[in-house]
Design a protein around this ligand. Sequence first.
Ligand SMILES: [Zn+2]
Length: 529
Amino acid sequence: MTHIEQVIQAFGKHGAEHLEAERRKSTADSLQAILSWGAVLPLSLCRLAHGMIGILDLDETSLLFGVAEAAKMPSWLVEFQGESSEVQGLRVVMAEMSPANAAVLRQLVPHTRPQTLGLKPTFGFGDRIGLATSGHVLAMDAAGERIIPIFAQQSIREMSRTARTAREVIDDATWGVFRAGWVRPFGADADHLKTTSDVEMTAQAGFVFFTIDPSEYVDQHVENYNQNKIEQRFQNLIDSSIEGAPDFINLYLDKTFKIEKEQETIRVTFDEIALKRAAIKYGRALDHTYQMAHHVAKVMGSKPFELELSVDETAQPTSILEHLFVALELKRHAIPIISIAPRFVGDFEKGIDYKGDVSLFEKSLIQHMAIAEQYGPYKIGVHSGSDKFSIYPSIGRICKGRFHVKTAGTSYLEALRVVCRKDKEFFRSIINFARSRFAKDRESYHLSAGLDRVPEAGKLKDNELERTYLDQDHGRQILHVTFGSVLTESTNGHYRFRERIRKILLQNQHLHEDVLRHHLGKHISLLLV
Ligand SMILES: [Zn+2]
């Protein structure tokens, strides 16, 4: 059989379908012989009516190609914007990985579109550079269908710090899943949305999961209020027409709610002070959440969507009574929440393991989970999940699949690991720059790293760099929190680090995929107990 015949034989009849494993390699070889430049990625090959599309890797960039029988000329082929030519009876289109072509790809290949995932266990792989998805796909190997990935997950803060748009985040995930041949469902989480315009911008880009973050409306000082102040603030909720507030006393005062755990029943009673404190702490936040949730519903119209409520970025842990109050109020207002991310006990510092008493964490997680089951059902959201290895088995075991875990910074650090292994001097310059920005950039994060705890890059030997800055806590945190500064620093209209980082990642795609598979795969395996 000739190469052309081999390729034509793999063409499709109807809808989109990635090639079966035993056919990929030989078809890619034949396409390679015909297209003759770049490397055809076997995993990307996807048949469409009378033709096929796939990804072609060039030195530092990639293209989407479409091939079809010239005589049949299917209509989908002309939808891609690119250069068209004829090669031995085949019509070939070479198309850039542009936003327009990503949109066409999502139309033609349904499994490249993010979906809603219901109560199934989900794991968020935040990707701040936009080149990590194919490595994240490999990290999912261990999970089978027991965990569903969220390949597009970015908070508004991350998007503004990296100067990426919501659409770019979605597009990068689209290309990533297509490239890696991911055909199962995946999600897209617009994380930490604070305003209605955040909702509009991310909905328009194609996100389907919306994390509402009302933490600016959480009263973080309620623990310190005396009786007088509590009365005053509580009355204030009612006077300022906070949704639901006039009913709080009637509905909850001195009422006892049962929370059934496996072996015991917890009884939670809202005595006057506890009720008023919970109302003051979360009343305004709930009011804001309703407005945000209604706005999501309005913007999404008939399209399916999911909502998370996150209060993880507050100073004090969310108590069981507070969680119950929030759950009851959300239910009363018929807000369809799929996940709640409380602020847990212990410290969830960025990019390093959990700090705190694991047995206390477990004890509180069991209670949070029991509320979620009984007064939802919804999943428990665990944010800042990067490298929280010591509690992952507990999350897997206690949540029994009802979890929504998020990571992000750890994939950025793995990208820097590739940079470190491939270009030590450049990595040193990133460290120096990160150190110069650390004092400012750390302000919005909760962490314990200090510059004086880690030697400067110039004082470290080549073989000490990776261990010191990517394996040890202080070094990791210095690099972790400065991602925005590093990725957006520019001179004369050029990004000082970002372009070179991307170039190194593109030139070393296999190494990049490999470190992600290893490190994020460890996260996934520990959840699967
Ligand atoms: Zn969060």
